[in-house]
Design a protein around this ligand. Structure first.
Ligand SMILES: NC(=O)c1ccc[n+]([C@@H]2O[C@H](COP(=O)([O-])OP(=O)(O)OC[C@H]3O[C@@H](n4cnc5c(N)ncnc54)[C@H](OP(=O)(O)O)[C@@H]3O)[C@@H](O)[C@H]2O)c1
Length: 307
């Protein structure tokens, strides 16, 4: 088995995180990169990238796209997560050695997450199938992408209305930046195959972190970035159980409801903290330290420019 895995296929390389992962891999310049993209996608790719356009639900298309690939990284949107079971089946036939699934965030090793969140339940089944097939599946545990979530008003702060919901019992939560997530994935893929096997043959979760931070600390930085005081905001105070119940009710109505999934993930994280072991693999991937105040200031600027 060669020590370095050279051929990487990316599905969803045109998305929020996909664009950044592709840029980080190109910058690292250690892999031959193939992008597998939907026929309807109008995205353009740099000349260094081999592009396969087609139907992600078509096994024959996937088979021809994955021939000769060592690694498959799925960066697909929430709506396409159900296709990942088929990605794994075809990857198995194609001899892919490492599979990194999408839906970055929560750990597979924590039953509180896999038991409550349908996409995590499905991912756990895929992880078991990958193990049976001898494919190393690595679940990148990032928790919340603080920049993207703030920019899109997906956390507890509504910038236009100056409204915030604070969870009075919340424990410190892990958050990552999209730049850190992309760098982590690029560096992971460049590790020698023996190192990948050593760390992830038995345990699928890879834990990275930009910051472990409490909600009051984030809100303090939001106030600073918006040059406002608490009295300028309408503040709702709730408990993490309230958020969990809201998420559970949403999932009962629609298993694929993204907001319900966010509520559940955030509710579980605030209730139990972490999820741990936070940042366990930062050193393995030589991830740099970042500045949370700068990250929040930039994200708030983006969010405010959208209103
Ligand atoms: N931890 C967090 O805080 C956090 C935050 C946001 C997202 N996420 C997760 O990370 C993953 C990627 O998120 P993202 O925001 O980067 O995704 P995105 O930008 O919405 O979509 C990524 C790509 O998925 C591909 N795709 C394939 N089938 C699709 C379909 N049916 N509908 C829409 N796009 C489809 C598209 O690529 P082509 O057009 O090239 O085919 C698209 O560019 C998701 O699974 C999401 O759940 C996690």
């Amino acid at each position: 088995m060669p020590e370095q895995l050279n051929n990487v296929a990316l599905v969803g390389a045109t998305g929020n995180i996909g664009r950044k992962v592709l840029a980080a891999l190109l910058e690292q310049n250690q892999h031959s990169i193939t992008a597998i993209t939907r026929a309807t996608s109008k995205a353009l790719f740099p000349p260094a990238v081999t592009v396969h356009r087609g139907d992600l639900k078509d096994p024959a298309f996937l088979r021809s796209s994955l021939a000769g690939q060592d690694i498959l990284v799925s960066l697909v949107a929430h709506d396409a997560l159900e296709d990942e079971a088929q990605f794994l089946e075809v990857a198995k036939q194609a001899g892919v050695k490492v599979f990194v699934p999408s839906d970055f965030g929560n750990p597979l090793s924590d039953q509180r997450f896999t038991g409550a969140i349908p996409s995590m339940k499905r991912k756990l089944e895929i992880a078991l199938r990958a193990r049976e097939a001898g494919i190393i599946m690595i679940n990148v545990v990032t928790s919340f992408w603080i920049d993207l979530m703030l920019e899109n008003d997906l956390l507890e702060y509504k910038f236009a209305q100056r409204q915030a919901t604070l969870y009075t019992d919340s424990l410190a939560a892990n958050v990552s930046t999209t730049n850190q997530v992309a760098l982590a994935i690029a560096r992971l893929l460049a590790l020698p195959y023996s190192t990948i096997c050593k760390h992830f043959e038995e345990e699928s979760d890879l834990h990275i972190s930009s910051f472990l931070v409490s909600q009051p600390d984030i809100f303090g930085m939001v106030l600073k970035a918006t040059r406002t005081r608490e009295q300028d905001w309408t503040i709702f105070r709730q408990r993490s159980e309230d958020l969990l119940s809201k998420g559970e009710a949403g999932i009962l109505i629609d298993q694929n409801d993204v907001q319900a999934m966010v509520d559940l993930s955030l509710g579980l994280t605030y209730k139990y903290g972490g999820p741990g072991p936070v940042g366990k693999h930062n050193a393995l991937l030589r991830l740099p330290r970042e500045d949370l105040e700068v990250v929040i200031k930039q994200a708030v600027q983006v969010a405010e420019s959208r209103h």
